[in-house]
Design a protein. Structure first.
Lengths: 781, 172
């Protein structure tokens, strides 16, 4: 339901539909009012939150009072008090049947091979209104299918000209890459590049197409909707945390992911996914995924059994520990909360070291301490769509935080929110901005200081476009804004964050979001993947080595063993490959990365799509990560860490609390589909046995996280039902050293890159290549 | 008297026996009968082992729409779809069945799959000697189910460029 449906401040109207009395805000659309009352009116061109088209005539109804001469389109009729409507008379049905018949006039009989088959709105309408006999005998007008981009294909005969694709691209995405050519029956949807698309490749048009005219490069002709398993989980790329439903089929390797979408509009992202969420799950399907553990023998990485590899690691770790050697542990901001928590617990309690770190992309410790005692000031991803005013400070959200950009853009479009953009570049969101303030590159912290009241900071941030006076005016505007949401990029850290929080504290109802780059950047920070901070940002008794410290220790040959889980320190964390010659390196990864190639033991780990657990997105929304399937030969990082601990002779129940039971788990954490009973748990409970019998069950550790990590005491029931729940910053360490000297390594991803993982996605590569070649062509002209 | 009566009864009985002895046989002499069917006879509508049909050009009719698999009450049809390419054209439409298995351990010969097929690709043939000592033999692969290529297209006809290249290289 869009703004039109909200009807803020409008009086209620009482109308009668098919003899049933319903009440809805006056002025809302008849089609929405009926839908909310459980009366379905078929539609093709109408789509909630897009502009009205009135093109298909499928939604016609008879309006008896006030008397209208002709059938009316419910998608454009607004309701008024006393209206009487008939939606299911013979006349209406006949009219709809005629619409379907005309649509089918030149529609190919492609259903058996068409990607939409089984979930096609035209098929459904044909079944309902039954125009299955064609009275047209003329040959159909066939056209060749076109490929518009590596991911978008168009089969024009199947198009029913509802213009949803054009509108979603234009309005919701603000890309305007699709248009209409010609008129009447010869109308044709055309891409902006003539024969190809130059766009953000989000696939929203494909998703929204009611028929199979727009098809996806990664899914087309592979299978049918009902042949797949559908698993709803969280995208593993950026920090925004879109919910996605994966279409999965079994394959010789174990499983193959074919499709990602969020058609059911569950989750924080409505039906939005960017190119990464919609297509870049394909790294999980790659043939060069590691499927067997490797151990270096005579200088060569040799495939061995899990038993042998894990024993080798366990023995060596025990030996290093015995001889008082130095350990280093590097985690990944794409690990689940459970994996990150387990990793630091393993490092601290089993290996006995605080030398643990990860690729940090935002200064969460500063953020949390700045918000200490004011948990209500932490903004959520949903806020970005609902609040009346937004301040975006630094970064290019369209590239780095596609969901945030989408929500902000549509908040402006649908709710007339006011957007203030402060940036050194003219970013795309400037188009939606009520005000755009340009700053010299790298002066974001000056803006924070100025907003917090330091008038002397204005000199450094004033530019030709935004003068000192303009800055002062902008600060006044922002101060008087209601429920302002401030989202800032990693350009702000330490004092900058404190200043922004101070400013937010002076604005009524203001909230703040700290933007980080990866799917669980916030989560692993909360879980304490820091050398000096424990879970919940409590200070460690004695700080260990951070990434730079570990790298230096390795240089000096003082690092005894390095455990790398899902990271690639040689590639992007500043480790020289040859510095690790004297270190026993263990890598848990999906691929033979640069670091894995020089490791002593490589353990093939499962991707986030093959793991159960939870992710916390950059704004602190906690969501369930569900396992879509197993890839033979791999194991989740969680299980691998437990196995290593066990091989070191540790009682694993000290790491993973077995048998503690849970408050509510419907089995999703063990891979059961939603709605399906978790039979083994039911059985175990009935027999008086605990459901938590496996040390590899991440949910068992989540119990501990809920108990011990402040802010994670969320509604378990809500989480397990697949909803996003809010973690809070309540109770988290207030007294952090004001400036910890956080060293951030932001990824500065674009829509077509994703840290060190993007390289493994064929779709991202091919789209990027496609664009590069276009750029070269243009440059050559 | 009773002796006469008995003899008459026996004679009546034997009369029927001898009378029937010279009638034509109606029992089918399977498996000792003549011909490839070894004496078995079928009604047209008999539902035996499936045949995956080809079109008049010899291309496979199956377009891997999965409707048969969806209709099957025993879940015994397994399909993997793939896209036809210039190089490798198998069916007449965009998609073909790369893998098509029927598990005859489970098939109940209900014919729903045949009903469901929009391209008349899957049909019931008259094959009925399916018994096996090994259950795994009862999973029939596409190669076992496919109709032979139409005779009028001649020996060794192929539609598949890869296959053609292969044959060319062995011939040359
Ligand atoms: S768009 Fe719908 S009706 Fe048309 S061929 Fe595809 S499935 Fe059939
Ligand atoms: S391509 Fe699809 S969404 Fe676009 S106008 Fe045609 S039917 Fe509608
Ligand atoms: S916006 Fe982020 S979380 Fe959402 S689909 Fe894109 S990469 Fe994934
Ligand atoms: S046999 Fe027929 S019903 Fe089955 S997949 Fe092939 S075309 Fe579809
Ligand atoms: S005959 Fe019936 S049981 Fe056998 S494959 Fe077809 S649908 Fe399945
Ligand atoms: S839905 Fe109303 S005209 Fe298309």
């Amino acid at each position: 339901m869009g703004t039109r449906g909200f009807g803020f401040g409008m009086a209620d109207a009482n109308i009668t539909v098919d003899g049933k009395k319903i009440t809805a805000p006056a002025g809302s659309l008849l089609i929405d009012a009926c839908k909310n009352a459980g009366i379905e009116i078929p539609s093709f061109c109408y789509y909630p939150n897009l502009s009205l088209q009135g093109a298909c005539r499928m939604c016609v109804v008879r309006v008896d009072a006030p008397k209208m001469p002709k059938l009316q389109t419910a998608c454009t009729t607004t309701i008024s008090d006393g209206m009487v409507v008939t939606t299911d008379s013979e006349e209406v049905k006949q009219s709809r049947k005629a619409v379907v018949e005309i649509l089918l006039g030149n529609h190919p009989l492609d259903c058996p091979v068409c990607d939409a088959g089984g979930q096609c709105e035209l098929q459904d309408m044909t079944f309902t209104y039954g125009a299955s006999e064609s009275r047209y005998v003329e040959p159909k007008n066939h056209k060749q299918e076109q490929q518009w981009s590596p991911v978008v294909f168009f089969d024009s005969p199947r198009c029913i000209l509802c213009y949803r694709c054009v509108r979603v691209c234009n309005e919701a995405m603000d890309v305007a890459a699709l248009g209409v050519e010609n008129r009447g029956v010869s109308s044709l949807i055309v891409p902006n590049g003539g024969d190809h698309l130059d766009c953000e490749e989000c696939g929203m048009c494909i998703d929204i197409c009611p028929v199979g005219a727009l098809t996806s490069g990664s899914y087309r002709y592979k299978t049918r909707p009902w042949e797949m398993n559908h698993v709803s989980t969280i995208c593993t790329h950026c920090g925004d945390g879109c919910k996605t439903t994966l279409g999965v089929r079994s394959s010789e390797a174990g499983m193959e992911i074919l499709r990602g979408d969020n058609r059911d509009k569950s989750g924080i992202n409505d039906d939005f996914l960017c190119i990464k969420g919609r297509y870049a799950f394909d790294f999980a399907n790659r043939e060069d995924r590691l499927r067997q553990p490797l151990v270096r023998k005579n200088g060569v990485l040799t495939a061995v059994t899990w038993e042998e590899a894990v024993t080798a690691v366990g023995d060596k770790f025990a030996e290093v520990k015995q001889s008082g050697g130095v350990f280093g542990v590097i985690g990944s901001p794409r690990s689940t909360n459970e994996e990150a928590y387990l990793l630091q617990k393993f490092a601290r309690s089993t290996l006995g070291t605080n030398n643990i770190d990860h690729q940090r992309t935002a200064d969460f410790p500063a953020f949390v301490s700045a918000l200490a005692g004011k948990p209500e000031m932490a903004g959520s991803m949903r806020d970005a769509y609902m609040v009346p005013a937004i301040l975006l400070l630094g970064g290019d959200a369209t590239d780095e935080h596609p969901l945030l950009a989408y929500q902000v853009r549509n908040n402006v479009r649908l709710h007339s929110a006011k957007l203030y953009v402060v940036n050194s570049q003219e970013i795309k969101l400037k188009r939606q901005a009520a005000e755009f303030a340009q700053i010299p590159a790298g002066t974001e912290s000056g803006v924070a200081a100025f907003l917090a009241g330091d008038d002397s900071a204005v000199a450094a941030i004033a530019t030709a476009i935004t003068s000192a006076d303009a800055w002062r005016a902008l600060r006044e505007t922002l101060r008087s804004a209601q429920n302002l949401l401030i989202a800032f990029s990693s350009d702000l850290q330490g004092d900058g964050i404190a200043n922004i929080a101070k400013f937010a504290g002076s604005v009524s109802g203001a909230k703040v979001i700290c933007l980080a780059d990866y799917a669980n950047s916030r989560g692993v920070a909360d879980m304490g993947l820091y050398p000096d901070l424990l879970p919940g940002y409590a200070s460690a008794a004695k700080a260990g080595l951070d990434l730079a410290g570990m790298s230096a220790a390795a240089q000096q040959g003082k690092l005894g063993a390095l455990l790398v889980v899902g990271a690639n320190p040689v590639y992007d964390l500043g480790f020289a490959a040859d510095s690790l010659n004297n270190t026993f390196v263990v890598v848990q990864d999906m691929f033979l990365t640069e670091t894995a190639a020089i490791a002593d033991v490589v353990l093939p780990s499962a991707s986030a799509y093959e793991t159960s657990g939870t992710f916390t997105n950059t704004s602190g929304d906690l969501q369930l990560v569900k396992k879509a399937g197993d890839l033979h030969g791999t194991k989740p990082d969680f299980e691998i860490i437990v196995r290593i601990a066990s091989a070191m002779g540790v009682d694993v129940s000290t790491l993973v609390p077995l048998g503690a039971g849970t408050t509510a788990d419907m089995g999703q954490s063990r891979g059961a589909q939603s709605g399906e009973a978790d039979r083994s748990a039911v059985y175990l409970q009935k027999q008086g046995l605990e459901a938590r019998v496996s040390p590899f069950d991440a949910a068992a550790l989540f119990d501990e996280i809920q108990r011990l990590v402040p802010g994670y005491d969320v509604s378990r029931m809500n989480l397990m039902a697949g909803n996003d729940v809010r973690t809070t910053t309540a109770g988290k360490a207030a007294a952090l050293p004001a400036s910890r000297g956080e060293s951030l390594r932001p990824a500065h991803d674009t829509l077509f890159s994703s840290g060190s993982l993007g390289r493994y996605s064929r779709v991202l590569n091919s789209v990027a290549e496609n664009r590069d070649s276009k750029l070269v062509e243009v440059a050559a002209d | 008297m009773s002796v006469v009566k008995d003899i008459a009864a026996v004679a009546k009985g034997m009369g029927i026996t001898f009378g029937e002895m010279f009638q034509p046989t109606i029992v089918e002499n399977y498996p000792d009968g003549p011909g490839p069917l070894k004496g078995a006879k079928f009604q047209e509508r008999f539902r035996g082992a499936h045949v995956l049909q080809r079109d008049e050009n010899g291309l496979e009719k199956c377009v891997a729409c999965f409707l048969c698999a969806a209709a099957c009450p025993c879940n015994c049809i397994y399909i993997e779809a793939d896209e036809n390419t210039e190089q490798n054209r198998v069916s007449g439409a965009e998609r073909y069945a790369k893998v098509y298995n029927i598990d005859y351990n489970r098939c109940i010969f209900c014919g729903y799959c045949v009903e469901a097929c929009p391209t008349d690709a899957i049909t019931h043939g008259h094959g009925f000697e399916l018994a096996s000592f090994n259950a795994t033999n009862l999973i029939y692969r596409k190669e076992q189910l496919l109709a032979i290529k139409p005779a009028q297209l001649g020996e060794g006809v192929t539609f598949n460029k890869a296959e053609m290249d292969r044959q060319g290289s062995t011939a040359g």
